[in-house]
Design a protein around this ligand. Structure first.
Ligand SMILES: [Zn+2]
Length: 385
């Protein structure tokens, strides 16, 4: 009897060890696919331009997965070596703290959560099991750990002065990159606005009111009631602006977008989105919403995946960018890949030259492309942080 129990325990332990070693990679592999693997066929003109301009991407969920971001990955779409190879000067690392089971773009409740299970599988600290703020703080600490082990290859940007100093350094040494922290959904505050300060101190400089469900701050475009900004949400915007944090309207319900735009006194951004004109669904922005965001001096980051741009190649992304530029001017357009955000991408971050080629084909000049690929986002960050 004792022997049988011993064997059952041994088999369970082995299965558990297997699960912890193998499962995180399997989960990510099944969620963050790349349609076309490198090497990429990029024109000499695009190769030349991408090496001369600072590229900025306003959205990637890479911190959700258990890879060491200092190691060039065989899965996923972003890590430090691939950012450097792709000439990305600045990458937003956005933190996800809770996503509903059966996640969809129409209607989700807050009643279930995938991230709890993921946090077990990836062995996050116990404090993260019950607190969404702790989940955000943990992911922020992982990015700080990447920076501290990078021997100067990767810097976390926390201020406009810090960003300026880093860009000066990068002009002398292009083989470095940087990131800044954002959050998807203010449920990460655990209902307490005082947590804005804790997250700010941890390096967070951008936050979206909502993600896939309505919360105590506002409505989600994929929520049930899709409400506007609550009283608490208004106070959150006020406090974020006071700390020079960017309000990100990605995933927000139309009423919440309107409410934020009505009270914003600083540039507002949309970190990763598509536009209804080229891809009509509830997640994407109308022309009026594009105009509203541009009016604040902010930028709209165009995402790369099928649901955002109704296509699976660089020309679909360029189409959304072309429409945005034609509607609100080229100065309001930016990139917001949604890399590593449980989406299949046409290329990984070393393939941005394909997008430059598609932008040339869409009729943009070199100067315009430089603005779209990063210049506009830098303008907002340098004037806002
Ligand atoms: Zn998102």
């Amino acid at each position: 009897m004792r022997k049988t129990l011993y064997w059952i325990a041994a088999i369970l332990a082995a299965a558990l060890a297997c699960a912890f070693i193998w499962l995180p990679g399997y989960v990510e592999n099944s969620m963050n696919g790349v349609l076309h693997k490198p090497p990429y066929q990029i024109s000499a003109r695009a190769r030349d331009l991408e090496s001369r301009i600072p590229i900025v991407d306003l959205h990637a969920d890479s911190l959700l997965w258990s890879r060491d971001l200092l190691v060039r990955g065989t899965r996923g779409q972003v890590d430090i070596p691939r950012l450097i190879e792709g000439h990305v000067a600045l990458q937003a690392f956005t933190v996800v703290t809770k996503t509903p089971r059966g996640l969809n773009f129409q209607r989700n409740t807050a009643g279930s959560d995938n991230i709890t299970l993921l946090s077990f599988v990836e062995r996050w600290p116990p404090a993260t099991w019950s607190s969404l703020t702790e989940r955000a703080l943990y992911q922020a600490s992982r990015l700080r750990d990447v920076a501290s082990r990078s021997h100067g290859k990767f810097t976390i940007v926390r201020s406009a002065a810090g960003l300026r100093a880093y860009l000066d350094r990068r002009r002398a040494d292009p083989a470095i990159t940087a990131g800044f922290l954002g959050i998807e959904g203010a449920h990460a505050l655990d209902g307490d606005l005082a947590n804005i300060d804790r997250l700010y101190d941890a390096g967070v400089r951008m936050m979206a009111p909502t993600h896939f469900f309505d919360n105590d701050i506002g409505g989600s475009s994929a929520g049930v009631d899709k409400t506007g900004l609550t009283g608490k949400g208004r106070e959150m915007v006020r406090r974020m602006e006071a700390r020079h944090m960017l309000v990100d309207l990605a995933h927000a319900a139309p009423r919440t977008i309107d409410d934020v735009l009505a009270i914003a006194t600083r540039p507002v951004i949309v970190s990763h989105t598509g536009v209804k004109a080229t891809c009509d669904n509830s997640r994407n922005l109308s022309d009026a919403q594009l105009r509203g965001v541009a009016h604040t001096g902010g930028v709209i980051g165009i995402a790369y995946f099928d649901v955002a741009v109704c296509g699976t190649d660089a020309s679909a992304i360029a189409r959304a960018i072309r429409h945005t530029a034609d509607t609100v001017g080229v100065d309001a357009v930016a990139l917001g890949s949604d890399f590593d955000g449980a989406v299949v991408a046409p290329f990984d971050t070393t393939g941005l030259g394909l997008l430059i080629d598609a932008l040339f084909q869409a009729g943009f000049s070199e100067d315009d492309i430089a603005k779209i690929m990063g210049g506009n986002a830098l303008r907002v960050l340098l004037s806002s942080l």
